[in-house]
Write a protein that binds this ligand. Structure first.
Ligand code: SF4
Length: 357
């Protein structure tokens, strides 16, 4: 089996190790480029959300590279994500590709562990559990790495480039739980030291649609650009937090849900609850502003726009919402971000916000 799945930022490592531990040969598509997006957009329904187009482009490039088995997360109930896999499989078949396609439901861990994975890979549920544990630990490592990288970027951008290169290699090579635990501790210590010895000038909470938060190609490397401008980005979303949420062991969710409830009586699906709850949590923790990112036609994130306006008024904090589609220009995005940061700096000078370290 030559298995492929769409890229999901640094967390791709965790998914790759999961499939490898189950005995698959992972055939990752080439890194995401303009071609990936153009291919995806060419064969997608025009108004579908951007993650659909990018992941479809991903699948086409993986099939071109020789993949014969595709995995796609599925089953997001209220939003379009629940239909991604039906449509993508159909489009790829109509294009003439030969492959097996496995939608993996996010909401039935029991079926996933005891039925689906054992059937596909001819392994026992115990082996699935072991591979799952490895994926959870590796995704925790990827989260710690990203949090550390965010701090270094905001303080010394050039140094962050070396750090990123060095640790990506270490993360990719860490295949055993013991090695992963050592790296996890090391990254936490590095982050703590950088924070202790340096002063952070501006701190921004990043919220929005999950694929856009995790995949740098989708958000046009927004986090990198913010780091270059000396901004510390805080973000709670990762594959690790998502896995904990699906396994119902995400401790923070109760708090997030409680915060969101006041502004969103009913969830419109997707990550709307997280977007609202995390925004309030970041504000309470003293960020200088919030940046909200989402695909242009994303239903849940468009619905929360009104709630975010209200939160901005209630807590007297600037919130910048940025939507992206395949025509979005990076220059346009950066111009808006720079103007927003100027506003945050001016507020800070005028004493509307406190320094954090
Ligand atoms: S959350 Fe938004 S972008 Fe993601 S699948 Fe649903 S509608 Fe599309």
């Amino acid at each position: 089996m030559k298995a492929a799945f769409p890229y999901i930022g640094y967390h791709t490592f965790a998914l790759k190790d999961f499939l490898t531990a189950l005995g698959a040969e992972v055939c990752l598509p080439p890194p995401l480029t303009k071609r990936t997006l153009e291919l995806g957009a060419k064969y997608s329904p025009e108004m579908v959300c951007l993650p659909f187009k990018i992941t479809l482009g991903n699948f086409i490039e993986a099939l071109e590279k020789g993949a014969d088995t595709l995995f796609m997360a599925a089953g997001a109930r209220k939003c379009r994500f629940g239909y991604y896999h039906y449509l993508q499989e159909r489009i790829l078949k109509e294009l003439g590709y030969q492959f097996r396609f496995y939608p993996v439901s996010q909401y039935s861990p029991y079926e996933f562990i005891f039925e689906k994975m054992p059937q596909i890979f001819a392994v026992s549920p115990t082996q699935v559990l072991k591979a799952l544990y490895l994926m959870i630990k590796k995704s925790e490592l990827c989260e710690n790495f990203k949090n550390c990288l965010r701090v270094i970027r905001a303080i010394d951008y050039q140094r962050s480039l070396e750090f990123e290169k060095e640790y990506l290699k270490k993360i990719e090579n860490a295949k055993r739980i013991k090695e992963i635990n050592i790296l996890n501790k090391e990254l936490k210590r590095i982050r703590k030291n950088w924070l202790k010895e340096n002063r952070i000038k501006l701190k921004v909470g990043l919220v929005g649609e999950i694929y856009f938060l995790l995949e740098d190609f989708a958000n046009q490397e927004l986090e990198k650009e913010l780091g270059k401008l000396g901004v510390l980005v805080l973000s709670k979303r990762s594959l690790y937090s998502r896995l904990k949420h699906l396994l119902k062991i995400e401790k923070e969710f109760l708090k997030i849900y409680y915060y969101a409830k006041k502004y969103l009586a009913v969830s419109p699906g997707g990550e709307a609850i997280h977007t609202i709850g995390e925004t309030i949590d970041f504000i309470k923790k003293g960020v200088d502003g919030i940046i909200h990112i989402f695909p242009f036609t994303c239903m849940p994130e468009n619905i929360v726009l009104h709630s975010l306006e209200k939160i901005s008024e209630d807590y007297n904090i600037p919130i910048l919402s940025l939507s992206f589609d395949e025509h979005t220009s990076k220059t346009g995005i950066l111009t808006r971000v720079e103007a927003f940061l100027e506003l945050l700096k001016r507020r800070k000078r005028n004493g509307n916000s406190i320094y954090w370290n």
